[in-house]
Design a protein. Structure first.
Length: 684
């Protein structure tokens, strides 16, 4: 770190450069290292060129199998661009059968090249192990046969690094014929177990903070080309070819090297070409990916060369914006809960966003949210989840194939308590509900699979718990509550018109419910002004005074309060889906002090509202009774508001949410059932 007084910002110019050089020279002296210093590849950076000590033997190991033309180009590039006197070339044949290839091998042997045949069927990692056993070098240089060496200093640059005390591995920058980076350093945990940091950048693009053109330490390098100190290689007993025959074996080796006290360095000053059209990794093997997670997940999730607030998906070196977790994973003083909402509307708001915000504000837990993408949950990757390290993962609507696969992986690799939230009876949706065509036909089977991979189900009502009882053992009922901060201070507009205003508010899935009102609205259209907010069936529009479009949820409470209603209605058709629904409609109306006439159905029982059967004459009579005595109606609304404030405010029920989101043995607490305990695959 160079700290130099300046006048407003980073010091620039010759004085700054001299100061930087002085600091770097002092650092090298303290470390007992020597090197020639020069300007780096990008302004403001410096390069230290570490001279090669002596002329140790370097063994260049390459494997092949009936790929003669590519191997010839590789060997030619070595001979044309490498002046190092003690370079040993070791070719590992993995079972070539072509006669021309055998003749080429004979020609290589005649020039001193070591050609060794690996056992039939071995893959790349084992072939490189075989090559290392046949090599005599103090330093081992493993290279994919598709690389080409175009600059003389590439080997000296790598060797100068690996000869430094504590450095076990060094890797070059590999650039393709199109001038773009093919391989550089790995970022652990990015897009899976690891991803190339600068792949796809132009060869002279400095990248984030100049890092693409700056020598640096890293956690791991890809298998395109890497030099390894033999003592390090032998101490680790080579590549783990049994668990990682083709994929992730260099990542595993680098991490084992680090654990043994060696460092890995990536340098852009060793420039190597690339002949192929694909990177050096073969097709990803799920078993090998699973093996790298099982062995190294905590380390993959915490790459010290990549800040924890940078994203692990999308584009490298971008701030993490989707996962708004407000905690430091290494400081764990409260429970940590990560929510994955299905959306940012009512469903996600009431069951994920509002409860977690309230718990966080009350310092009951540290809570974060992974923002959904295009109306569906965006599940964190295995490494994202491990990096965030929540105690509880609260999921919603995660029933797509990608969601189920993510849950399966969490169960296998992550230590997290998974809670799945269901707010509706999605296995039995009314025919006229607009969501029905978009639901999976095998929704119950998918729900069963999802819940089998979770530890607990939270639901909103007792009937919903009954409906899902056979799908999961541990069910907690936590009703929907209103957040006091959002709802208690909503301004309620007064009706300044001539006629009473009667209205309804809700989403687009209530076609069947609102059809109940058709004869009611038609009969009363000359007595009251009907107002609909969010949805209004075409058949009702000729009789309706106002129709308001739905707004983002952040604006919803204020827009609802602006409707200036004298009476609100809450119709629900008789259907198991509606029997299992919440009383949310009453809560939203009630907090505004509006009296309510609603269907006499389970969700609305127990509330101080007028309930009627779905018979037009009963609805019409109840509405007329209230609009003809507005003072009495206002008194009903005041009682309903007191009822909501007294028992249905979220901040008064945080114990319920904490109990539902905390791991524990108690099951069936709300519906009085103590199911038989079972042991799952994790021993729980």
């Amino acid at each position: 770190l160079c700290h130099r007084p300046g006048s407003g910002g980073v010091a620039e110019g010759a004085g700054a450069t001299a100061a930087h050089r002085a600091v770097l020279e002092a650092h090298l002296r303290r470390m007992g290292e020597s090197g020639d210093m020069s300007d780096g590849l990008t302004p403001g950076t410096l390069r230290v060129r570490y001279a090669v000590q002596g002329e140790p033997v370097v063994s260049l190991i390459v494997e092949t199998v009936d790929d003669l033309r590519v191997l010839e180009r590789f060997v030619d590039s070595v001979r044309e661009s490498t002046q190092y006197p003690n370079l040993e070339l070791v070719v590992v044949d993995r079972g070539s059968e072509d006669e021309d290839t055998e003749e080429y091998f004979d020609a290589l042997r005649s020039t001193g090249v070591v050609v060794v045949r690996a056992p039939t069927g071995v893959r790349r990692a084992e072939a490189w192990n075989v090559g290392a056993s046949a090599a005599s070098g103090e330093f081992l240089l493993f290279a994919d046969r598709r690389v080409g060496f175009v600059r003389n200093e590439w080997l000296a640059t790598l060797l100068g690094q690996v000869q430094r005390a504590g450095v076990g591995i060094a890797a070059p920058r590999i650039v393709g014929a199109d001038g773009k980076v093919v391989h550089s350093a790995f970022i652990l945990g990015f897009g899976g177990p690891a991803k190339d940091a600068f792949q796809g950048l132009s060869a002279w693009d400095p990248g984030y903070a100049g890092r693409a053109l700056t020598e640096q330490g890293c956690s791991a390098v890809p298998p395109g080309c890497l030099m390894v100190r033999r003592s390090c290689f032998e101490a680790l007993k080579g590549f783990d070819a049994e668990r990682f025959p083709t994929d992730w074996f260099t990542v595993d080796f680098c991490l084992r090297s680090e654990a043994a006290g060696y460092r890995t360095v990536w340098t852009p000053y060793a420039l190597v070409g690339w002949q192929g059209s694909e990177p050096a990794r073969e097709t990803s093997d799920p078993d090998q990916e699973a093996a790298i997670y099982e062995r190294w997940l905590p380390r993959l999730a915490r790459d010290p060369f990549y800040h924890r607030n940078l994203d692990l998906s999308g584009t490298a070196f971008q701030p993490r914006m989707e996962a708004t977790a407000r905690w430091n994973p290494v400081f764990h003083d409260r429970p940590r809960i990560l929510g994955v909402p299905a959306d940012t509307f009512g469903c996600g708001e009431y069951r994920i966003l509002a409860p977690l915000n309230a718990l966080d504000d009350a310092a009951r837990a540290q809570c974060g949210v992974l923002a959904p993408q295009e109306g569906a949950p965006r599940m964190p990757s295995v490494t994202e989840l491990a990096r965030l390290a929540p105690d509880t993962l609260l999921l919603q609507g995660a029933l797509d194939d990608v969601h189920l696969e993510a849950l399966r992986r969490y169960r296998r690799f992550n230590e997290v308590f998974c809670v799945f939230d269901m707010e509706d009876l999605k296995t039995n949706i009314p025919k006229k509900n607009s969501r029905r065509p978009f639901m999976f036909r095998n929704i119950k089977a998918r729900t069963r699979r999802a819940l089998a991979l979770c530890d607990r189900l939270t639901v909103t009502t007792e009937p919903l718990a009954e409906a899902y009882r056979d799908l999961i053992e541990d069910i907690r009922v936590v009703p929907v509550y209103l957040a006091r901060e959002r709802w208690a201070k909503v301004a309620v507009a007064a009706n300044e018109g001539v006629r009473p205003r009667v209205g309804w508010a809700g989403g687009q899935q209530h076609q069947g419910d609102l059809e109940i009102l058709l004869p009611v609205v038609e009969a009363t259209a000359r007595e009251v002004d009907w107002v609909f907010f969010g949805m209004c069936p075409d058949a009702l529009r000729p009789y309706v005074k106002e129709v308001h479009d739905m707004v983002p949820f952040a604006e919803y409470p204020a827009r609802l309060g602006s409707l200036a209603l004298d009476l609100a209605v809450a119709p629900l058709e008789e259907h198991p889906f509606n029997v299992a629904k919440t009383n949310l409609r009453l809560l939203e109306y009630g907090i505004l002090g509006w009296p309510v006439v609603g269907t006499d159905i389970e969700p609305y029982r127990g509330a101080p509202v007028v309930r009627v059967p779905n018979a037009p004459d009963r609805w019409i009579a109840a509405i007329r009774e209230r609009v003809h005595d507005l003072d009495a109606a206002r008194a009903e609304g005041a009682r309903l508001r007191d009822w909501v404030l007294g028992g249905w405010m979220l901040e008064d029920h945080l114990d319920e949410w904490m109990g539902a989101l905390s791991p524990g043995k108690e099951v069936g607490v709300r519906h009085g059932v103590e199911p038989e305990r079972k042991v799952d695959a994790r021993g729980n």
